[in-house]
Design a protein around this ligand. Structure first.
Ligand code: AMP
Length: 280
């Protein structure tokens, strides 16, 4: 596996790949790899893409009070995991390479970014959209792989790719979970043993809400209430939001009469967890 730290090095590597007429798959990450990240890489490798994983803890998508400094970082472990899987190249630039002095461009999708995660984390999705646009321009992949665990992020990126005519496909990959249902996340490492035991409640609550919908309940309020009620029984959990939204536009729904998604976010101590379930 090639480890690349500069844009110049990335461009040189890509031109040799294009000479070999390989398709390119990009897997953007912030590192601290777990099975969720590896699922995206496997999917790209299965598609036969020359798989480029970016590893960049993007400062612009963290708010001033968020966990940028303490975000888990373990480059040696990550590069070993990616190499063992057969990833072709790991692009791990320093922040000065991505945001040299004078950088000022911002990509904003105000409508999608005004809700749910975007409402609680102002500026977060501008940071995500801008860094992904840069990565897409640099790598010009045929496909980029994103996890459905970050459902709103997937919708945002799909919208940006369509709006800005990036000539590529976004491949959503299903959420990888721990055996007890907790969605894998780099932030799970921050949970205390006690918090870890209640963390799967988010998925259990979303599952119960989804089961209500599967039993033909159409009222989004009733479906949300089912999840909120279950979560309210655990005093250490603070619910940020539970919402039922149109699966494509992410506009909130009153009725589940089309493809919808139940989105949820909770706080356990200082750790935020998000999850979602698609209702077909
Ligand atoms: P991150 O490093 O947290 O920015 O995540 C990088 C990519 O991995 C994003 O596309 C995430 O949606 C995806 N991802 C993170 N956790 C999971 C998971 N449990 N299952 C599937 N994909 C995931």
């Amino acid at each position: 596996m090639r480890v690349i730290n500069t844009i110049h090095g990335l461009r040189a590597y890509l031109s040799s790949i294009r000479e070999q007429r390989m398709t390119v798959g990009l897997v953007p990450t912030m590192g601290a790899f777990h099975e969720g990240h590896l699922a995206l890489m496997r999917r790209s490798l299965e598609n036969g893409d020359c798989t480029i994983v970016s590893l960049f803890v993007n400062p612009t998508q963290f708010g001033p009070k968020e966990d940028f400094e303490k975000y888990p970082r373990d480059f040696n472990r990550d590069s070993q995991l990616a190499a063992d899987l057969g990833v072709h190249a790991l692009f791990a630039p320093p922040a000065s390479e991505m945001y040299p002095e004078g950088f000022q461009t911002n990509i904003s999708l105000p409508k999608i970014s005004s809700r749910y995660e975007g409402e609680i984390r102002p500026g977060h999705f501008d940071g995500v959209a801008t860094v992904c646009a840069k990565l897409f321009n640099l790598v010009q992949p045929q496909r980029a792989y994103f996890g459905q665990k970050d459902y709103q992020q997937c919708v945002l990126i799909q919208r940006m790719v369509s709006d800005l005519n990036f000539n590529m496909e976004i491949v959503p990959v299903p959420t990888v979970r721990e055996p007890d249902g907790l969605a894998m996340s780099s932030r799970n490492a921050f949970l205390s043993p006690e918090e870890r035991t209640v963390a799967p409640d988010l998925y259990l609550a979303l599952r119960q809400a989804a089961e209500l919908a599967e039993q033909r309940e159409r009222s989004a309020a009733a479906i949300k209430e089912r999840a909120i009620h279950l979560l309210s029984e655990e005093p250490t959990i603070k619910v940020d939001y539970i919402e039922v939204a149109d699966a494509e536009s992410l506009e909130p729904c009153d009725l589940v009469d089309r493809s919808t998604v139940i989105l949820g976010a909770i706080r356990l101590g200082s750790t935020r967890l998000i999850d979602n379930i698609l209702l077909k």
